[in-house]
Design a protein around this ligand. Structure first.
Ligand SMILES: N[C@@H](CCC(=O)N[C@@H](CS)C(=O)NCC(=O)O)C(=O)O
Length: 220
């Protein structure tokens, strides 16, 4: 890989997923912080490389990639974190797309609360979240890692999103297999100690401060 740069924000789960992969594969990458509060992602320079104004954005010597999942697939190509086997690749893709949706749902729950548009979490969105968490529990019951028998990029994406969920006031005690996988990831990811504090994501902290629980009342 040539001279490459990762544009990132420390408490962003998709950025953390990419950082964890970079550390695991010991890749030489320059990290550039983008301050979203100061709207650095909306500058003409940043919009020129990512019109979606999002981090993570990866620059591999002038080849720009957006979306953490696409970046991870790119970085892991040819490494021990992926495989040319079509079945394994299909499973990796399946979990990557699943993770994309999981992150979207947790955003759908937390963002309107954060901006004060609502005071209670949406029960409709919580139902979707818990359905996905139940599905994840089922997926992981039959696998050693997220995509099957060995550690892949999919574990890193899912781990970062699950960390954000875990840091919210939410009862995850019934997702035992998922919790075991989560603990196993913490022990296996060489970059985990560095992002541990950052993964106490702003949204989860905000909900705790406000005393808002992500509780699904199945009677509603
Ligand atoms: N699907 C994208 C989501 C990226 C994303 O939502 N990034 C947020 C930070 S967590 C962002 O850059 N937000 C600023 C914006 O959308 O303007 C990925 O996986 O990379």
């Amino acid at each position: 890989m040539g001279k490459s740069i990762l544009y990132y924000t420390p408490d962003s789960p998709p950025c953390q997923a990419v950082i964890l992969v970079i550390k695991q594969l010991k890749l030489e990458v320059t990290f550039k912080k983008v301050d979203l509060d100061n709207k650095e992602h909306l500058t003409p320079e940043f919009l020129a490389i990512n019109p979606l104004h999002q981090v993570p954005t990866f620059d591999d010597n002038g080849f720009y990639i957006t979306d953490s999942h696409a970046i991870i697939q790119y970085l892991t190509t040819g490494s021990k974190l992926t495989s040319p086997d079509p079945h394994i690749l299909a499973r990796i893709n399946q979990i990557m797309y699943f993770d994309f949706e999981l992150f979207r749902v947790i955003g759908e729950i937390c963002i309107p609360l954060y901006y004060g548009q609502i005071n209670e979490p949406s029960q409709k969105a919580l139902a979707v979240l818990f359905e996905k968490l139940h599905a994840l529990e089922q997926f992981l019951k039959n696998r050693v890692w997220a995509a099957g028998e060995f550690l892949t990029g999919a574990d890193f994406s899912l781990f970062a999103t699950f960390s954000a969920i875990y840091n919210c006031p939410i009862d995850l005690s019934k997702f035992e297999t998922t919790m075991k996988w989560f603990e196993k990831c913490k022990k296996t990811f060489v970059g985990y100690p560095n992002i541990k504090e950052d993964s106490k994501n702003a949204l989860g902290n905000f909900l705790k401060l406000k005393g808002i629980k992500l509780e699904f009342k199945s009677q509603v």
